[in-house]
Design a protein around this ligand. Structure first.
Ligand SMILES: NC(=O)c1ccc[n+]([C@@H]2O[C@H](COP(=O)([O-])OP(=O)(O)OC[C@H]3O[C@@H](n4cnc5c(N)ncnc54)[C@H](O)[C@@H]3O)[C@@H](O)[C@H]2O)c1
Length: 245
């Protein structure tokens, strides 16, 4: 893929399962990787392995994010940090929604607001937002998370239009069920968790859940030179579980 070498790539949630796989892919392409995470240990662990830079802040805290990113040049922004708590909507209380909205909706808005102006000024930049198939087809127990991820899709399409003549593209990647701690906590422990896992595998045309390593290829492609004419798009990586038109 052309145009990744030497680029400064900021990956939020870069210490997590999918985030660290994305960081590794960009490092292999010769990019300078900025591993942003609220968890210092994982951020520094991933950055250390890749000769990248760890940035420790909470994406939901606008002032902290602005301070951490002051003077940092970013060519590619990957909004990957996310978090979920599984509950049927009618069992939730309004105060339960706030933490989900803060991480999954307000956090990415903060990062766009802080990082994209320098891209627009430069006339060049790439944003890839990691949403979820929960936003495209729904997912029981994930109502507020899905609402946030759906909001990110709508936001990305709008921003893609606003930035189309400024050389900045904005696209969305939607993982399907991917074997990470988030998925394991969704499925639950023991025999019942295994049953849900097996049912999930049966429903996926390729008969397996995703692995973190399935996600970085499309992310890197959307950041490379050949993707310059692609913006406002939503792509699922789900083994065929979702086939949205
Ligand atoms: N695993 C799946 O099945 C799946 C499916 C669809 C979408 N996704 C999305 O993929 C992305 C990565 O998920 P993952 O499975 O690798 O999860 P993960 O829990 O392994 O990684 C998430 C990372 O984000 C960081 N993070 C969370 N909140 C943060 C905050 N406020 N500020 C800074 N960092 C924060 C965590 O510390 C963690 O390192 C998320 O956006 C998630 O919603 C995952």
């Amino acid at each position: 893929m052309k145009g990744l070498s030497g680029k400064s790539v900021l990956v939020t949630g870069g210490g997590g399962a999918i985030g660290s796989a994305i960081c590794q892919r960009f490092a292999e392409a010769g990019s300078k990787v900025l591993v942003a995470d609220r968890d210092r240990k994982t951020a520094e662990g991933t950055a250390g392995q890749l000769k990248g830079t760890a940035l420790v802040f909470d994406i939901a805290d606008y002032a902290a994010a602005r301070q951490a990113l002051a003077g940092v040049s970013v060519d590619v922004l990957v909004n990957n940090a996310g978090w979920d708590r599984f509950q049927n909507f009618l069992d939730t209380r309004p105060e339960d929604w706030e933490a989900l909205i803060a991480v999954n909706l307000r956090g990415p808005l903060n990062l766009h607001h802080i990082v994209v102006p320098q891209m627009a000024e430069r006339g060049r930049g790439r944003v890839i937002n990691i949403a979820s198939d929960a936003a495209r087809v729904g997912s029981s127990g994930e109502s507020v998370y899905a609402a946030c991820k759906g909001g990110i899709i709508a936001f990305s399409k709008t921003l893609a239009r606003e930035l189309a003549r400024k050389g900045v593209t904005v696209n969305v990647v939607c993982p399907g069920p991917t074997d990470t701690p988030i998925l394991r906590s969704f499925l639950g422990e023991g025999e019942s968790g295994q049953k849900v896992y097996d049912a999930l595998v049966r429903a996926i045309p390729m008969k397996r859940v995703g692995q973190p390593a399935d996600i970085p290829g499309i992310v890197a492609f959307l950041a490379c030179d050949e993707a310059a004419f692609i913006t406002g798009q939503v792509i699922s990586v789900s083994g065929g579980l979702t086939m949205a038109g």
